[in-house]
Design a protein around this ligand. Structure first.
Ligand code: MN
Length: 498
């Protein structure tokens, strides 16, 4: 893979997808610029500081980001921590790169004394992300390397950064559907936040894996044989092991009973087409009996973060229970890289991670679908950015309760998915659909039955809002509304009419 003597800039370029001469030239320029700016600058570990931006750039190259993002990765700390100025970066590398670098730059200590600088920096990051989601992807790469090198900072800082990773960054990755990143961030942070629990879960997973290993191997063989028999030849399989932190959370929900967790190891079958997904599901159910209630069709009914796959849990010969996930290569990329995967498909070039060579033939001829709107942030990030006049402490409270808490997924009568925090009511739903609908609610139906406006919505509810022009928000509604979005809109209506 990597040659130990290779210059770091060559390593970065080698990780890029088919870089042009211009790409190579610009990345090299940025490399030299960053190296100069960080000269004499050391990390807490005593190593040259520039090692860090190099690692960030490598991650970005590896996941398939373009030149501008990689350059911004190389320079992401150059203005904040080193000697470079905004003018220089803008002049040398363009406004696009400068915007990205400024987006990930934290707020200075002086200006924000008194407020919680970390929360305000986070707010600034999310506002920049609402304009260009690539800002967040650079921040993720930055956080990933900082988490990997966390042993060098003070105990206190370790706890703070790890807790913030679990509370903020991992849930954002989850909501953006970047499963691979969420898992990595969580498992890096877990030991710093809950050291004892981490050791326990690690041991437990090890023990459980040993028990199931040979069953999984046997099951894999049976699957391959059955698929060959029914004529499916283009597929690959892998064993996915549940992340430690995710296992820890699941154990908490299952009363710490490991025997009730069926997906510590799961088998993944990755195929070429949606048709093949259903064929594989049929073949597997032909082999083994599925557990009732655990067959999930997230292809026909995708999760709100875009996740698609078929899941089933089967009982194999000797009574062992295993989960099987079936998906296309495209769904797999989307599940691992989420919003970033749209950028990865650009120009039809497949990332270097994984053995995806044969997959190229299944890419659409024109990749316009993927190129369009790749840098657009999802609606909920715009909602966060809209909280611009909210105070720091309030902002963080809203962020946690509206965006990172347990969410429910409900439907409009037309079948559109709306995701809301748990305990949301029809008022929250109405405002989530449109503020005009919110401002004129006069009643609500759940699954065609009239309900009161303070009814707590449940996962899967189909909600119909009845509006009347003469109906308007009342102070009572403030008690009904769970989301700060709805509360803010009700309050602003009340202020206007007072
Ligand atoms: Mn950094």
């Amino acid at each position: 893979m990597t040659d130990g003597n290779m210059a770091p800039v060559t390593e970065i370029i080698n990780l890029m997808k088919a870089p042009s001469e211009k790409d190579k030239e610009c990345v090299t320029l940025a490399y030299n610029f960053g190296k100069e700016a960080h000269k004499d600058h050391l990390r807490k570990s005593g190593e040259p500081y520039f090692i860090h931006p190099i690692e960030v750039a490598k991650t970005l190259a590896e996941i398939g980001m373009d030149r501008h993002v990689i350059i911004a990765g190389l320079l992401h700390d150059a203005i904040e921590d080193a000697k470079a100025t905004e003018e220089e970066v803008g002049k040398e590398f363009g406004e696009d790169v400068l915007f990205l670098v400024n987006g990930v730059t934290k707020l200075g200590t002086v200006k924000y004394r008194g407020m919680d600088r970390h929360i305000e920096s986070l707010r600034k990051l999310l506002v920049a992300t609402s304009q260009d989601v690539r800002v967040l992807i650079i921040k993720f790469a930055d956080r990933l390397h900082n988490m990997k090198t966390l042993e060098h900072v003070s105990k206190e800082k370790q706890k703070r950064i790890a807790a913030e990773t679990l509370q903020v960054y991992a849930p954002i990755a989850e909501r953006l559907g970047i499963g691979a990143l969420r898992k990595e961030l969580e498992d890096l942070a877990f030991p710093y936040v809950h050291p004892r629990k981490y050791k326990e879960v690690l041991e437990l997973r090890k023990k459980k894996r040993k028990e199931t290993e040979k069953h999984l191997d046997k099951a894999l063989k049976s699957i391959k044989k059955e698929l060959a028999r029914v004529g499916i030849t283009k597929f690959r399989t892998e064993i996915r092991i549940k992340g430690l932190y995710s296992l820890f959370k699941k154990l908490e929900r299952k009363g710490n009973d490991i025997d009730r967790v069926y997906d510590i190891s799961a088998i993944r079958v990755i195929v070429a087409s949606v048709d093949d997904c259903y064929k594989v599901l049929g073949a597997i159910h032909n082999l083994w009996r599925p557990l009732p209630g655990r067959i999930k069709d997230y292809i026909a009914l995708e999760k709100p973060n875009g996740y698609q796959s078929l899941h089933t849990t089967v009982i194999i010969g000797d009574g062992t229970i295993i989960e099987i996930q079936i998906r296309t290569e495209k769904m797999h990329m989307a599940a691992e890289y989420g919003i970033a995967s749209h950028m990865l498909y650009k120009d039809g070039i497949v990332p270097k991670r994984g053995e995806l060579a044969w997959f190229k033939q299944f890419l659409p001829n024109k990749e316009q679908d993927y190129i369009a709107e790749t840098t657009k942030a999802p609606e909920w990030i715009h909602d966060i950015a809209a909280m611009d006049e909210v105070e720091t402490s309030e902002f963080f409270k809203n962020l946690k309760s509206d965006f990172f808490n347990f969410r429910i997924f409900v439907f409009t009568p037309a079948g559109d998915v709306i995701d809301l925090p748990a305990d949301s009511t029809p008022i929250d739903f109405a405002y989530a659909v449109h503020s005009d609908i919110g401002d004129h609610v006069c009643g609500a139906k759940i699954d065609s039955k009239l309900v009161s406006l303070n009814t707590k919505l449940k996962n899967g509810d189909i909600i119909e809002i009845i509006t009347k022009n003469s109906s308007h928000p009342t102070t009572k509604w403030l008690e009904f509304a769970k989301t700060s979005v709805a509360q803010r809109k009700i309050q602003s209506y009340l202020n206007k009419t007072r």
